[in-house]
Design a protein around this ligand. Sequence first.
Ligand code: GTP
Length: 358
Amino acid sequence: MIAMKAVILVGGEGTRLRPLTCNIPKAVVPVLNRPFLEHLLRYLKRHGITDVILAMGYQPAPIQKCLGDGAQLGVRLTYSVEDSPLGTAGAVKLAASLIDDTFLVFNGDVLTDIDLTGMMQRHREIKPKMSIALTPVDNPTAYGVVETDAHGMVRRFVEKPPPDKVTTNMINAGIYILEPEVMEMIPPATRFMFEHNVFPQLLEKGAPVLAYPSQAYWVDIGTPQKYLQAHDDLLRETGTPINIEGGSTIDTKAQLTGPLLIGDGCTIAAGVSIKGPAVLGARCVIGKGATIEGSVLWDGVQIGEGVSVHQSIIGSCSRVCGQVEGSVLGDNVTVLKGLPPGSRVWPDGKVEAGVPLK
Ligand code: GTP
């Protein structure tokens, strides 16, 4: 097995996932009731990567609190914290003293099954300056598109191309293998991005950049829609329709249809219908006759009697007493009457219109 250190970039503000990321960073939002990074770290460990540097900036404390030194997951975590955001490449430069060999870089919001072992082997064989994993998407216009030549080397990077300029549907999957000398191209203590600065410069200098295209599962959890989709995919993958973590009180007249995950200590009253894919965090209380479908509820959420919650994400300790559909509610909000589909409710109670989640 090839051992490499990995840097995970977790310093972004996660603005697209707001209002869920008002109180906690995207890296530790719950996914199947576990901090997201746990899924990523377990994946890395499956590929023999146990030495991990977390490059942090925005809200580092909740990440450290969730993961500690990583021992519980069988990995060794080192923290590198920026005073101000240094961008994806600047963040890696800050951690340079911790790196002395070929290493991996990960966007901290990627949930994937890409064959990392295969990618590392290919990098060792071909010996480029950098390898980049590519994944196909239906609509690449919101992503960094990567064009390759007949030998599988990168020819061009195009950030967010307009529809008439799309030449391939293969995009940057946010997973790179770098030779340490690439860090010489990154100025210290300066905001610098791989996507806009380092990659184009590498190609300009004629440095070989290897593409590692993969059809394996890949989703970035950076938007509410994708966050819901990741749950849907992961729940189906468990193979068990109804997963109950323990200690819940579920009325015999409640109707549960998988795939579902119900966290510790929930109370589910008579006549409730929960239709998967759906996740309830710990200590949720679902009132009589309520309906929950295609939604993710964080810990301590209360749903009132007869209320329906469809295709929505509800932050911790929020109380919902009116219909919610395709909406995203932050932590600790109270909704007393129905909301227009697609609403975004901020922890301070402000309601904004948004695109309904499907
Ligand atoms: P949005 O604000 O919604 O775009 O999210 P983001 O900036 O958190 O994430 P984006 O997808 O733009 O960035 C990809 C990855 O890089 C994410 O895991 C971010 O946490 C991380 N990242 C972005 N900027 C920085 C930075 O300045 N420092 C560090 N350490 N990480 C960063």
